[in-house]
Design a protein around this ligand. Sequence first.
Ligand code: NAD
Ligand code: TDX
Length: 332
Amino acid sequence: MSKILVTGGAGFIGSNFVHYVLENTENTVTVLDSLTYAGNRASLEGLPADRFEFVKGDICDTALVEELFIRHDQVVHYAAESHNDNSLHDPRPFLDTNIIGTYTLLEAARRHDTRFHHISTDEVYGDLELDDPQRFTELTPYNPSSPYSSTKAGSDLLVRAWVRSFGVRATISNCSNNYGPYQHVEKFIPRQITNVLTGERPKLYGAGENVRDWIHANDHSSAVLAILDRGVVGETYLIGADGERNNVAVVELILSLLGQPADAYDHVVDRAGHDRRYAIDSSKLRRELGWLPAYSNFERGLASTIDWYRQNESWWRPQKAAAEARYKQQGQ
Ligand code: NAD
Ligand code: TDX
């Protein structure tokens, strides 16, 4: 049994991980989260009080981080500024949280010899052409495109340096695009679902040909647990579920699942520097740690995600107007 500290546990993937750990293991969990616009305490409601604690605070706060590392065996680090579009308009918080925040945690892991798992993204590898037969592997060179992905790449490199220089017991995972419950409505899939639910049309950037490799958040969580249990310190593992789809196809599926005509969407201004395609080869994780995704049917996973947004309007409603106001300013 472990005491796990989860940074960013009030965000989308972190909160899914916390639910997953408490449902599937006997471990206890403490969440450290500063509750930025992306963090939501309501994502952590109903958890067992004897195995779950919430601490509101910043990962850049050295004294608070020190106090928390003293009483935990393992740290899983999800906290980040995570949205590419925001990073194009105001990069500074991305440097503070993704770089300085990760540095602050690594120094504590070094002082306390804490097992540390760093959550990262496939975006550190840049993008692929639509017709490239290759997918990203652990050996693909780093080539990030946006302020967001460059700060994530920087944080990965800090972790690698702290492993090599100071012997920190860390692993890294780089995962593809997640979908599922508790995702902020600024992101692609929840934005389109909640647009339709509020009588608006989905908004596709540019032609909508860009490809993302979708994985359900629960499959991301099971992979992270496998790495915490059986991963080799110093190693990087790519996480993906062979879910490549272009954005038009995803919007058409959302429209059809919600009973709307397949062409009831708008094209809007494209994202600056928009990555064409991400695709993950997760064979190392499957081969070495025996991991397999459970959600092999994207349409079924998307349908249950749509149901969740239908049934949890009180969770997403308060975010919706502000997120759309930001997009409107950007012509998106
Ligand atoms: P999110 O934006 O939904 O959640 C981020 C959480 O971190 C929020 O709860 C926020 O309050 C918290 N946070 C931000 N700055 C903080 C700080 N300084 N101190 C403490 N807490 C802070 O993000 P997400 O989509 O859940 O992503 C989580 C992690 O997974 C990120 O590291 C991201 O890079 C990575 N990732 C995301 C995806 C994806 O598809 N969303 C894919 C691969 C990797
Ligand atoms: O309204 C939209 N219309 C649209 O066409 C939005 C919000 C997005 N898009 C496109 C842009 C991308 O091609 O959809 C795709 C997905 O967009 P996002 O949800 O913003 O995700 P992405 O930029 O791919 O990054 C996500 O996956 C990798 C997460 O936000 C990152 O945190 C993670 O690292």
